[in-house]
Ligand binder design. Structure first.
Ligand SMILES: Cc1cc2nc3c(=O)[nH]c(=O)nc-3n(C[C@H](O)[C@H](O)[C@H](O)COP(=O)(O)O)c2cc1C
Length: 336
């Protein structure tokens, strides 16, 4: 009998799949989800995921090697599908026998799912629509994350509660579905598990844990913020479709508007392909997030955060956050 019997029971398919004690993933966060946080999450019974982001294959190689030194528990690697060296990154994952690869940021490029499965790893995919989810699960995806617009970072247009109602009744019986976006407490985890999810993914709640390398200024901004401060970026030019990003409002929010105008002008004058324009936008985000997370420039950098930021009030060890989440979930289920 475990301490969290009811929650663990509902998470069983998730924990069997991940190989962790709790089916609680810490979603990859660029610059934040490095060896320290990832190993702390996995050591606390959750499932850490390295954010590869814009890393080169050599950097990813080193990050996986260093993470392995800090934990013997399973962890995953998140790869962005539009990374120009995605196949080399997959080779690095193969070299280390990474057990789970998360493909984020769009439809996986042809052959990528096969290349991951070829070395025996499980593939976790994201899908914004039910039709695409079914397609990805048919063509090799082993598990799905649905992520609502309450989340921090790049977001879709639909809320977690609506996605859960659309996807879980249709998929949960035959597939492994994890729910993400806006989860700050265990009562919400209990609710999604009861709806058929096998686990959850959180980012914002873990971003400022004690083990997170995020700069003190970044953490302070999180502790001060309320849900309504985490706002989605606005697309300023109809010709340049940008994926909205949820972050705490600051001067950087306005700089992004200027950046979009600049890229749109290049799109016009130099006729660069749309993919190139979108990559420029993504490079901008990677740089802006680094500025805030690593350098502590919370004015000009990007403070990517989800609406659950209002529930992040102090620096806590990952293990304490994990225990609170499980306790809250268990109390909710026990009290039903
Ligand atoms: C600071 C920050 C950076 C993020 N960077 C990434 C990323 O590089 N790749 C990715 O797939 N998701 C990224 N995300 C999304 C998280 O992995 C996770 O899915 C999300 O935070 C879950 O929603 P929540 O913030 O409401 O808990 C990021 C989120 C935050 C807050």
């Amino acid at each position: 009998m475990t301490a969290f019997a009811k929650t663990s029971q509902l998470m069983k398919r998730g924990t069997d799949f991940l190989g962790s004690e709790y089916a609680v993933l810490c979603g990859a966060m660029s610059w934040v989800s490095e060896r320290g946080l990832v190993s702390a999450i996995s050591n606390a019974g959750g499932f850490g995921v390295i954010a590869c982001g814009a890393m080169t294959p050599d950097l990813l190689d080193n990050e996986i090697a260093e993470t392995k030194k800090l934990t013997s528990k399973p962890f995953g690697v998140n790869l962005i599908t539009m990374h120009p060296q995605i196949f080399e990154l997959i080779e690095v994952c193969a070299k280390y026998g990474v057990t789970h690869v998360v493909l984020a940021g769009g439809i996986p490029p042809k052959g990528s799912v096969e290349a991951i499965k070829a070395f025996g790893a499980k593939v976790i995919v994201f899908a914004p629509t039910l039709a695409l989810a079914k397609k990805l699960l048919r063509s090799g995806g082993d598990a799905l994350v649905i992520e609502g617009m309450e989340a921090g970072g790049h977001i879709g247009p639909v809320s977690t509660s609506v996605l859960a109602q659309e996807f879980l009744p249709a998929l949960a019986e035959d597939h492994l579905v994890f729910v993400a976006g806006g989860i700050g407490r265990g009562e919400a985890i209990a609710g999604y598990l009861e709806m058929g999810a096998v686990g959850v993914q959180l980012g914002t709640r873990f971003a400022c844990a004690k083990e997170s390398i995020a700069h003190e200024n970044f953490k302070k901004a999180f502790f001060r913020a309320n849900a309504r401060d985490a706002i989605a970026s606005v697309q300023v030019d109809p010709r340049l479709p940008v994926i909205p990003v949820r972050a705490l409002k600051n001067k950087g929010t306005e700089e992004f508007t200027a950046k979009q105008r600049e890229v749109a002008a290049i799109l016009d004058s130099e006729g660069i392909p749309m993919l190139e324009a979108q990559l420029q936008i993504e490079h901008y985000w990677a740089g802006a997030l680094r500025k805030a997370v690593i350098d502590g420039d919370v004015e000009n950098g990007s403070l990517m955060a989800g609406q659950s930021v209002g529930m992040v009030k102090e620096e806590e060890p990952v293990a304490d956050i994990m225990t609170s989440l499980m306790e809250e979930s268990e109390a909710a289920l026990t009290g039903r």
